[in-house]
Design a protein around this ligand. Structure first.
Ligand SMILES: [Zn+2]
Length: 181
């Protein structure tokens, strides 16, 4: 984390979402957990609004494979909320918050990669990686509160919801944006 590049457009990931990723990672161990991050990309940077957890179809405990059909559904959820998928996340149940050799070879198009490494100490378990000049580089992220549009609504699946600190509240299967940050 400390050596991560900060030169590009900033990445904002609410701390509540990062903690949620850690909790999902812990609950899936010793298997890997995986899913997507929903947010917005502008010239001002990347802003995460919510995390969604997907099923891990991989049989081996040291890898992950998102359900393609579920991924399409998650993309639709993001679109309905006026947002998009900005990253794929997965966990290393007993490993570092770094890309493994396999992760380095992954091609995700415009999506970033986020790794939750439970072997790291508190505050350093969530690492963000972006493709730059054909290679994945770690990027620093800030835990500033997101400022989503008031009135936008994110349906939730698999219990995915951030808490009220981020401006979202869990209610009846959707995440309502109650107030702008
Ligand atoms: Zn990995």
């Amino acid at each position: 984390m400390a050596s991560a590049s900060t030169s590009a457009a900033p990445i904002r990931l609410p701390e509540a979402v990062a903690l949620e990723l850690e909790q999902w990672a812990a609950s899936a161990a010793p298997a890997e957990a995986c899913g997507v991050l929903v947010g917005r990309r502008t010239e001002a940077g990347t802003e995460v609004l919510a995390a969604l957890r997907g099923r891990n179809l991989a049989r081996a405990s040291d890898r992950f494979e998102l359900d393609p059909g579920e991924l399409v559904g998650m993309d639709a959820i993001a679109s309905e909320a006026g947002a998009e998928l900005v990253a794929i996340w997965h966990s290393h149940p007993a490993g570092p918050a770094q890309l493994s050799a396999r992760d380095l070879g992954v091609e995700l198009g415009t999506w970033d990669q986020v790794v939750v490494g439970l072997a790291e100490s508190e505050g350093e378990r969530v690492a963000w990686f972006q493709l730059e000049s054909g290679g994945w580089i770690e990027r620093a992220w800030r835990s500033q509160v997101a400022r989503p549009r008031v009135g936008s609504r994110l349906p939730i699946r698999d219990g995915a919801a951030t808490n009220s600190r981020t401006g979202f509240m869990r209610r009846g299967g959707t995440v309502d944006v109650l107030e702008a940050g």
